[in-house]
Write a protein that binds this ligand. Structure first.
Ligand code: ZN
Ligand code: ZN
Ligand code: FE
Length: 758
């Protein structure tokens, strides 16, 4: 008997080759009906034998295109309509939108093959793409995802392209960015003065210029990059100077895994991530002997490396490079440039030439950064390739906007069971970044059609994101404590509910008592938390300045541990101290001048790094801590510390740690051993804390979050020890453990707080 089934499929099903897949599947099974894109996803009707229909729906799950993601299928059976054929219908525009937009995806193998085939009409075409690859999120203005709603709208397809676009069995069927030499975007080379370089092949010329040590601004998928030959030390040095980027590692791009293996170690899982359609930057351990300039990642044991993802990158890297530096096109911490005019204006002091194209980028999207740790991929920066794929929640939430933190800001829009984290916005400390923040919110609201009823924001009154939140009208506003958000974020991505023991080990976050928190032990539910412990407070002499200058923290820790006697300690750090400056700092601390109290764990890393002579001044956030981790040897030793108690609160003292470090220094113990003992000490302290809380509160779940857990050793070791003790341990993987993951936690907390009110 003939049956008709109607289904609505929700998820990432537009712009990923879903309709041709369904079309071919229905044809193969001899089913009649149709498929159409709607604002909610796709509508499908199929008609035929019941068995075939059931098979059809089964195979949707098992054989769907690689980029498709099905969140929900709603299906019902109806009386037959007697369809004669299976067709792809025109997109339906509906008022209610819940279709998910696909992320930008690296070029696929089929397209690469064509691009490298001299007989193909897209031979060496830098914008080749198909339904399985190419730009998506960064070129979309609105949904449904159709060409006239993208920045491809201004390019009229030639006859050949249109034929592919309209042919349901073609692999470019409804590939919205479809284009060729004849009809699509083109690249052009310009001098930094904005004068075009005529009469040359722009890509070959770019390669020549790179080989002669020039800096090229290259327009990519999510914004401009600055490129130089990574083996040319002088060129890299010049790039650093002009970009005002002193020591922070620069990202590399190499043509193949084989090339990468000439300078870094690549495990099978790392290779898999490098080659994934998301093609993020992956942190890889350097090889001792390598031809990459030492200026690329000074003092770091890792390189951040990616493979080419845009066809344009492939064309450039095919010209015999080992690796190029490919760093974001900005000056120090401003957002990356996306617009051609903007790039000339902002980057002409850095780049010698520009390789630009005329396909507009609507939304900037930085390269994502990941690291493989404990056989898990860990996000450090979740952006291009991953955004806007939602994090699936285990509960439904109100339409909510979370404004995120101050540093490494991302925002998050959520509704129902989906939380959409934005791309990396950056540090909200300048107007440009704040504008990017507002634009990101507006854009996400439009393409996801989420009109927030609730706004979640950080408790810090001075943050631009907080000010943005308080200015909004007609919505409920919920302030969320920074470290509560950290732990809630970890709970949300792991699909668990409270109460849990939350270890939020971090740099800075505004505490409910007005001090600067950052080494917190929180018994956490989504709706509330109890601060059951923290690191003993110290002063932050000079506030922000103490974060930029770890030596100030070292002095403060010494002052705590030894009082005025610190000046008699026979250690290098004290000999190095400028007595005048030291006196000023100590006076600030004693008189409590611009020296807020902090329980930060990150600052303790800074202080110890400075005491060991690793770093007195940090050029980027977390630098001292990163270098302390890298300067680590083996051994099981640790410092003996007893966890204190003040009333109900557990206090982790720093005095015994500092005194231990100093006595080792005096005894001439090498700093690799001291660093290891310091790390071991923290693992033990955190473990002891969890055991105490398990006994007292009968809790067995531990969630680890905060920037300090980017420390690979600490995370891996602590997880292992806790698991051995029978704890259930939850860590971050799909969202960053740093502040990039905060907005997800804010969304969860705000909703739980409102649920409680009811
Ligand atoms: Zn392709
Ligand atoms: Zn064409
Ligand atoms: Fe944080």
């Amino acid at each position: 008997m003939i049956q008709r089934a109607k289904a609505i499929i929700n998820g990432i099903v537009q712009g990923v080759g879903f309709r041709p897949f369904i079309y071919q599947l229905a044809k193969k099974k001899g089913l009649g009906g149709y498929i159409a894109n709607t604002s909610m996803g796709v509508d499908i009707e199929v008609e035929g034998e019941l068995g075939e229909i059931e098979n059809f729906f089964q195979e949707i799950h098992t054989r769907k295109p690689p980029l498709a993601r099905i969140v929900h299928i709603e299906r019902q059976y109806l009386p037959p309509q007697h369809y004669k054929d299976f067709v792809i219908r025109k997109s339906l525009v509906q008022a209610h939108r819940s279709a998910l937009v696909a992320p930008d995806v690296g070029v696929c193998d089929d397209c690469l093959r064509e691009m490298n085939d001299p007989r193909d009409h897209r031979y060496r075409y830098p914008f080749i793409n198909c339904t399985n690859c190419g730009p998506r999120y960064t070129i979309i203005k609105d949904i449904p995802y159709d060409r006239d709603k993208t920045s491809m709208a201004s390019f009229l397809m030639c006859e050949k392209c249109r034929k592919e676009y309209e042919d349901p069995v073609d692999r470019r069927f409804h590939a919205q960015p479809n284009a060729c030499w004849k009809c699509g975007p083109i690249v052009r080379l310009y001098q930094s003065s904005n004068r075009p370089v005529e009469g040359v092949d722009p890509i070959s010329e770019t390669c020549k210029l790179l080989k002669s040590g020039k800096i090229i601004g290259i327009k990519g998928l999510g914004g401009f990059h600055l490129a130089v030959d990574a083996t040319d030390g002088k060129a890299v040095e010049r790039l650093r100077e002009r970009k005002h980027r002193e020591e922070k590692p620069l990202a590399l791009i190499s043509p193949s895994i084989e090339r990468i293996e000439q300078y870094a170690y690549v495990s099978p899982l790392e290779a898999q991530v490098l080659q994934s359609p998301q093609s993020p930057i992956v942190l890889l351990r350097k090889k001792e002997q390598n031809a990459i300039s030492s200026e690329v990642a000074p003092r770091s044991c890792c390189f951040g490396v990616m493979l080419p993802y845009a066809p344009l990158h492939h064309l450039i890297l095919q010209e015999g490079f080992l690796a190029l530096v490919l760093t974001s096109g900005n000056i120090s911490e401003e957002p990356i440039a996306i617009d051609n005019k903007e790039a000339f204006r902002r980057l002409s002091g850095i780049a010698d030439y520009f390789l630009v194209h005329n396909r507009d980028i609507y939304l900037r999207n930085d390269d994502s950064v990941v690291r493989v740790l404990g056989q898990k991929v860990r996000m450090i920066r979740r952006s291009r390739g991953y955004v806007p794929v939602p994090v699936t929640l285990d509960r439904g939430i109100r339409p909510t906007l979370a404004c995120g933190p101050f540093l490494a800001n991302t925002v998050c829009l959520g509704k129902g069971n989906n939380a959409f984290l934005s791309q990396h916005v950056g540090d909200l400390e300048n107007l440009e970044t704040f504008e990017a923040f507002e634009r990101t919110i507006d854009h996400l609201k439009a393409i996801l059609e989420i009109d927030p009823e609730v706004i979640a924001y950080d408790l810090h009154p001075d943050y631009l994101s907080t000010q943005y939140a308080t200015k909004q009208t007609g919505v409920r506003k919920v302030g969320v404590q920074h470290h509560h958000a950290h732990i809630a974020s970890c709970m949300a991505e792991n699909g668990i509910t409270g109460p849990v023991i939350g270890l939020a080990m971090d740099g800075t976050g505004y505490g409910t008592d007005g001090t600067v928190w950052g080494g917190e032990i929180l018994l956490t539910n989504f709706h509330s938390f109890e601060r059951v412990g923290h690191f003993q407070n110290v002063s932050l002499p000079g506030g922000e300045a103490a974060i930029r200058e770890p030596w100030r923290m070292a002095l403060e820790y010494l002052h705590h541990a030894f009082g005025k006697g610190l000046f008699d300690l026979p250690i290098e750090f004290v000999k190095r101290l400028d007595p005048k400056k030291a006196k000023i700092i100590l006076t600030m601390i004693e008189k409590n001048i611009n020296s807020p109290q902090t329980s930060s764990c990150g600052r303790l890393f800074d202080g110890v790094a400075a005491l060991l002579g690793l770093r007195d001044r940090a050029f980027y956030r977390g630098q001292a801590a990163v270098e302390l981790e890298m300067e680590m040897g083996g051994g099981k030793g640790s410092y003996s510390v007893v966890i204190g108690e003040e009333g109900e609160e557990l206090i982790i003292p720093h005095g015994p740690i500092i005194r231990g470090v100093i006595s080792d220094l005096i005894e001439g113990i090498d700093r690799r051993t001291i660093s290891r003992k310091f790390h071991n000490t923290l693992v033990r302290l955190f473990t002891d804390t969890c055991i105490k809380l398990r006994d007292r509160r009968n809790l067995n779940r531990v969630a680890l979050s905060g920037g300090v857990f980017q420390n690979a050793f600490l995370l891996a070791e602590l997880e292992k020890v806790l698991l051995d003790l029978g704890f259930e341990v939850y860590t971050h993987s799909v969202v960053p453990t740093n502040d990039g993951g905060i907005s997800l936690g804010q969304i969860m907390v705000a909703n739980a707080v409102l649920d409680r009110e009811k």
